[in-house]
Ligand binder design. Structure first.
Ligand code: AKG
Length: 267
């Protein structure tokens, strides 16, 4: 492909809004990532956390941290343009992989992805971060990822909750995410109709969510790849975060380094 690196205005948009769409960046990765998701769904990991709606509608499959055992995911981490593009968006001299997350909303599922920020779920802190939300199916704007422009600069981390509304951490008295759905006019909400190969790049602090997959009549498979930059440090959030990284011996404030977090691109 031609030079995949974002231009200056894309980087500035990412910095200003906390989210930007990148068209066609991963077109060559649709087939391998689709194969990877098929392999994963046939043999999910212990971290699988799918939701089966009480109303009997279709499930919302989720699984995390599979890049080391699913070859196409590992290839993506090491050989796709993602690491270099991530570093460029973050203005970092390194693109360090944090983790992968597969999210498949089967047609008809009533599960809404509630508004949230990712950073408080993670054992990572730092300003340099980016998630690539990569749909492998066409996604209508109504059910696409939605991001609140500028929310990564609100200066606070809101209470993380599981997608079923339960608190992630015990005794967490942090502020809940504001009621965005009932006050949509107060916010600039960014969302895009997506084609396979496109990606939304967003900061770990950006407030985001997504509608249920009712009405579209087809699957909404997403491969999400999350990256950190030079300033990434480990943080112990005093609870089982998501993903729950086992076997880490890092202390709060130490660089987020180790075989689980490979540097896939270096200037
Ligand atoms: O795909 C979704 O429904 C939500 C995605 C999300 O929350 C994320 O990638 O952090």
């Amino acid at each position: 492909m031609t030079n995949p690196l974002p231009d200056q205005s894309t980087i500035e948009q990412f910095e200003r809004d906390g989210a930007v769409v990148l068209r066609g960046l991963f077109s060559e990765w649709i087939e391998p990532l689709s194969e990877g998701i098929e392999t994963l769904m046939a043999d999910p990991s212990p971290l699988e956390r799918s939701y089966n709606p009480a109303d009997g509608s279709a499930p919302f499959f989720q699984d995390l941290c599979n890049w080391q055992r699913i070859e196409p995911f590992s290839d993506f981490v090491h050989t796709s343009p993602a690491a270099a593009v991530a570093a460029s968006l973050m203005r970092s001299s390194t693109g360090r992989f944090f983790h992968d997350h597969v999210l498949v909303k089967e047609p008809g599922t009533s599960i809404v992805t509630p508004w949230h920020q990712d950073q408080p779920y993670y054992c990572a802190q730092g300003q340099q971060s980016v998630s690539f939300w990569i749909p492998l199916d066409p996604v209508a704007r109504e059910i696409s990822l939605q991001c609140v422009a500028g929310s990564h600069r609100w200066g606070k981390l809101h209470k993380p909750q599981r997608f079923d509304g339960t608190d992630l951490y015990e005794n967490d008295d942090s502020e809940a995410v504001p009621d965005i759905d009932n006050n949509r006019d107060d916010y600039e909400i960014l969302s895009w109709a997506m084609q396979p190969g496109d990606a939304v790049a967003f900061n770990f602090r950006t407030v985001h969510g997504a509608a249920a997959n009712t009405g579209q009549g087809s699957r909404r498979r997403v491969f999400s790849a999350r990256w950190v930059g030079d300033d990434a440090q480990f943080i112990d959030r005093k609870g089982k975060g998501s993903p729950p990284f086992k076997d880490l011996t890092l202390q709060t404030g130490e660089p987020l380094d180790g075989p689980q977090f490979p540097v896939a691109w270096r200037a």
